[in-house]
Design a protein around this ligand. Structure first.
Ligand SMILES: Cc1cc2nc3c(=O)[nH]c(=O)nc-3n(C[C@H](O)[C@H](O)[C@H](O)COP(=O)(O)OP(=O)(O)OC[C@H]3O[C@@H](n4cnc5c(N)ncnc54)[C@H](O)[C@@H]3O)c2cc1C
Length: 570
């Protein structure tokens, strides 16, 4: 499509928006899409130049395309993501290539390899085959996880309208195990250190130590993939954002990039509370609105964007006390060979030890792990045949680990007269050191790759903060821990009238599915309806026939890039 067509696709700013959404990650875009399809005038404000938040892809030299935060998802056939997309008529427009059903995740321990197959029965069977002497314990643990998810599918997550007595009767496993730690569950069933490590081999997907990981979180993650398999998005993570942006624009809403919200204005209400009156952007522009959905960092929201008198003391203290989730470090490589010769469509989790709790000791001490675990994912392996990821015969690979957010450990001088962190020599050295360590480790699995590298760069917790304004470089919001998960998080509708919460630190949590389903909750809170239930009942909002995303010449990144400039030109 020509540049001009992309420009014409960006409508003017809606006058007096009914709702302003802060943040264009999948939480913000999903909320805005549902609102736009329900006749609301919506304006999404994004501080960065590209919409999509963590779901973005980025390109280098017009050759390489890398994913930031979508490596694999579940629930795309009939599950939660499928329902959310169906509810606004987008499901048929997006393709989802499946990862290897016999091993979408492959855990590589010092002396054991475990491939996670699709389907609960296959999974439990393989666990028992691997640890026959622990059959009883493994069946006990997986029964709890499975029952818990079956109950949730049946009765849902309780809210303030739930009859608790009835809920306890219908969802006994959710009530008895949901908010306890996976460690407690493993101990109850006398599991060995080795089988525990295999059971939580993909814990990097939420980055919480097992002593604080809620059973409901881990069961939800595993079930998300086991139910109908694990999938990638054809073309990369940006596709989801691109289709949502196009939909918002088709219904007259607007996504504006390069628009950082610096202040949420409020006024006092007669009952002594506060209500939202608008937002102020960096540069001073003021936009009036009575409704704001805030999907960015929760500390930034309650401690910086709002005036302190508008935030009830209890909430201020709760938010201040939240611990952020462990941040990630990613290496992006462009390689001169076809990676499918060396890896199937799987995610490798190269574990350096069985003691999963020990991974978090260096992080708590503000240090680097001398032998970090490494996750390997490749769009070229998951989406073969798609031309956008790398030049013909070449491949992209992402290597990931978790790392301390401590600026001192990264050699960052934070004093006022210091140069920008990314230009500081000590920081660059720390980043290079960790990059090489991850490549060394990846070579244990993939064979020699160093001499094949045509592109190499890395993203640290500081990079994450720079691109999404997250506290402590966290990609997953506040830690997904037993003492700050589910009902222990703030409700979507906040005590400030017109202010609705969204994003990774809200109740639906992180991940693509958490962000999107949280987006539906945020939109529901604004409208005072239960959109999720309406969609489950078969409702499709808007007029899917007028949607224009996808097809020949479609470029999701172009649909999301520099929307401030495109709108001015248009
Ligand atoms: C390396 C990595 C790998 C991941 N892998 C997977 C995976 O394989 N599968 C999976 O399901 N999930 C994965 N995730 C998690 C998933 O990508 C995220 O949880 C999800 O995309 C978060 O969406 P969000 O909208 O809540 O937040 P974000 O995507 O962080 O969006 C928030 C947006 O708000 C903007 N913003 C913040 N403050 C302001 C402000 N004041 N004014 C204007 N804009 C503002 C930010 O710039 C950002 O664009 C991964 C994440 C990362 C980082």
């Amino acid at each position: 499509m020509s540049e001009e067509i992309w420009e014409r696709k960006v409508p003017p700013m809606p006058e007096d928006p009914d709702v302003v959404v802060i943040g264009s990650g999948l939480a913000g875009l999903t909320a805005a899409a549902y609102l736009a399809a329900n006749d609301q005038r919506v304006l999404v404000l994004e501080q960065y130049d590209v919409a999509g938040g963590c779901s973005q892809t980025f390109r280098r030299k017009n050759k390489w395309q890398f994913d930031v935060g979508l490596h694999y998802i579940g629930g795309v056939k009939t599950g939660e993501i499928a329902r959310i997309l169906q509810g606004i008529g987008l499901h048929e427009r997006i393709e989802f290539p499946e990862l290897d059903p016999d091993g979408f995740d492959t855990f590589v321990f010092p002396d054991l390899e475990f491939k996670v197959p699709k389907g609960w029965d296959n999974y439990v069977g393989r666990l028992v085959e691997t640890f026959p002497e622990e059959e009883e314990g493994l069946r006990g643990v997986t029964d709890v996880m499975r029952n818990l998810m079956d109950e949730l599918r049946e009765v849902g997550i309780p809210d303030s309208n739930t009859d608790l007595a009835e809920y306890v009767e219908k969802a006994p496993t959710v009530v008895s195990w949901g908010m306890r730690s996976v460690n407690e569950l493993f101990e109850e069933h006398y599991l060995s250190e080795r089988s525990r490590a295999v059971l939580i081999g993909q814990a990097g997907d939420y980055a919480t130590p097992p002593s604080r990981t809620p059973v409901i979180l881990h069961a939800g993650l595993v079930d998300h993939y086991l139910q109908e398999g694990a999938f990638y998005v054809r073309g990369g993570g940006q596709e989801l954002a691109g289709h949502l942006v196009d939909l918002i624009h088709s219904y007259g809403g607007r996504v504006r990039t390069h628009a950082e919200v610096e202040h949420i204005a409020t006024a006092s209400t007669e009952d002594g509370g506060h209500r939202v009156t608008g937002v102020e952007l960096k540069g001073g522009e003021v936009i009036d609105t009575g409704n704001v959905i805030a999907t960015g960092d929760i500390k930034h929201l309650f401690l910086d964007l709002l005036d302190s008198e508008a935030v009830p003391e209890g909430i201020r203290e709760q938010v201040k006390a939240y611990r952020m989730a462990t941040p990630l470090f990613t290496v992006y490589l462009g390689l001169d060979f076809d990676i499918t010769e060396r890896m199937p469509a799987t995610n490798y989790w190269l574990h350096s030890r069985y003691d999963q709790e020990a991974y978090y000791d260096p992080i708590a001490a503000g240090e680097f792990d001398t032998d970090p675990p490494v996750y390997i994912s490749s769009a070229s392996a998951k989406d073969p045949g798609h031309e956008g990821h790398a030049p013909e015969g070449c491949s992209t690979v992402e290597l990931m680990t978790w790392a301390t957010p401590d600026p001192e450990a990264w050699g960052v001088d934070e004093s006022e007269d210091a140069p920008k962190y990314s230009r500081q020599a000590a920081y660059r050295e720390a980043k290079d050191r960790l990059t090489e360590q991850l490549i060394d480790r990846a070579e244990d699995q993939l064979g020699e790759i160093r001499s094949h590298i045509l592109w190499k760069e890395a993203a640290t917790p500081m990079t994450q903060t720079r691109y999404t304004l997250s506290t402590g470089g966290s990609s997953y919001g506040i830690e997904l821990a037993t003492d700050q998960f589910g009902p222990l998080r703030l409700e979507y509708r906040t005590p400030i009238e017109g202010l609705v919460l969204g994003g990774v630190s809200s109740r639906r949590g992180h991940g693509i599915v958490g962000a999107m389903s949280g987006g539906v909750e945020s939109a529901s809170a604004v409208l005072g309806r239960n959109l999720r239930a309406e969609v489950a009942g078969g409702e499709v909002f808007g007029e899917p026939a007028i949607l224009t995303s996808g097809g020949e010449g479609w470029d999701a990144l172009e649909a999301c890039r520099k929307l401030q400039v495109k709108a001015l030109r248009a």
